[in-house]
Design a protein around this ligand. Structure first.
Ligand SMILES: Cc1cc2nc3c(=O)[nH]c(=O)nc-3n(C[C@H](O)[C@H](O)[C@H](O)COP(=O)(O)OP(=O)(O)OC[C@H]3O[C@@H](n4cnc5c(N)ncnc54)[C@H](O)[C@@H]3O)c2cc1C
Length: 326
């Protein structure tokens, strides 16, 4: 089928999830179609699994081609297996650009593939732009603890590879009339890296990296009772509870909820920081659309980052908010 898929295109990896495809794939397809019009190339959605019924949604989101990889295991996706499959496909079709969501799986898969293909990878991009003259992808990401934005290009090797944080780009408005086509590949699945023994439910609200709203607590939260109130507020706002590092170090909050340089990078629409000073190592993980800081100290560094500063005791703020939303 190689004659049907032109080389030099822009590929978006569509991560399988139990619900279908990870939402970041749609965000990337929307961005990819804008980049592709600058670069005058096509967009391919790389969709593992046999479920062709997901393809029209990817076509409507911007894919010119949906490349269905039938033998990839979507029940128990495995980085080693996917690396082998994608290496073969990239060598066969020679895309110029390959984008992944910076999800836990994408962050594990993309570097393996880049190493196998002997090319570069820019992780955790927050902006992408195309240079139509050179065909280069300008990949921007925070560097030096978020103090600097670095724009990186990969002039010598192909494909140019990047991971992009979820919610950096808006999901496109689907266009069901846009033409697209389906190509099916049945690659040998290859060895797995892991043997799956059991899959444990992680709790509906535990992935802070994907939450739209985060209520984050720091050392200024004051008491366990206030943490319970913060969790209640997070639930009311359909969000999750996050934490600064000292609370994790002290065993008060679990590590998966830690935001920052040594925790997770988050990009919610709203980040409500309660009693967090805004140390550089914390802010390195915060890429929120709106940051609201509740702090008793108007000189706390977080006030310099915040869109709105509420100078108030955390406990008093939480009780007032919960009363308001009751
Ligand atoms: C290598 C390295 C990596 C690190 N990685 C991380 C990381 O990933 N994530 C992270 O968070 N930190 C990280 N840190 C730690 C970081 O430097 C800070 O120490 C930490 O972020 C501070 O946490 P905090 O803001 O909760 O506490 P504090 O700095 O103690 O701030 C508490 C804030 O609460 C306010 N406050 C006090 N009482 C109240 C009240 N009643 N109501 C409202 N506000 C109040 C205070 O004014 C203050 O601003 C790292 C440090 C190092 C050296």
């Amino acid at each position: 089928m190689s004659e049907n898929l032109s080389s030099g295109g822009l590929w978006v990896f569509c991560e399988p999830t139990p619900a279908g495809v990870h939402p970041v794939a749609f965000e990337l397809l929307g961005k990819a179609s804008r980049l592709a019009s600058d670069l005058r190339c096509s967009v391919t959605a790389v969709l593992p699994g046999k479920n062709g019924s997901l393809a029209p949604g990817l076509g409507a989101a911007g894919a010119d081609t949906v490349l269905l990889i039938e033998n990839a295991d979507t029940e128990q996706p495995d980085e080693l297996q996917y690396t082998a499959i994608l290496t073969g496909l990239v060598r066969k079709y020679s895309p110029s650009i390959l984008l992944f969501g910076a999800t836990a799986f994408g962050r594990s898969l993309a570097p393996r593939l880049a190493a196998r293909l002997d090319t570069g990878l820019t992780a955790d991009c927050t902006a992408l732009a195309a240079d139509p003259e050179t065909g280069l992808l300008r990949q921007t990401r925070p560097a030096f603890g978020g103090n600097l934005m670095a724009t990186i290009v990969c002039p010598e090797h192909r494909p140019q590879m990047a991971t992009v944080r979820p919610k950096v780009f808006p999901a496109p408005v689907p266009d069901p009339d846009k033409p697209w086509r389906l190509i099916t590949e049945a690659r040998t699945a290859g060895p797995r890296a892991f043997e799956w023994l059991e899959q444990l439910a992680s709790g509906a609200d535990s992935d802070i990296g994907e939450a739209d709203v985060l209520v984050a607590v720091g050392q200024g939260i004051g008491s366990a009772e206030n943490i319970s109130l913060a969790e209640k507020l997070a639930r009311k706002l359909h969000g999750s509870l996050a934490s600064s590092r000292p609370l994790v170090d002290n065993g008060i909050m679990p590590y998966p909820r830690q935001v920052g340089q040594t925790g997770k990078t988050v990009s919610p629409r709203l980040y409500l920081a309660l009693g967090i000073s805004g140390a550089i190592q914390h802010m390195a993980g915060v890429a929120a659309q709106k940051l609201v800081a509740v702090n008793t100290d108007p000189d706390a560094p977080i006030c310099g980052y915040a869109d709105i500063v509420i100078r108030c005791d955390c406990g008093a703020f939480l009780r007032a908010m919960l009363d308001l939303l009751a």
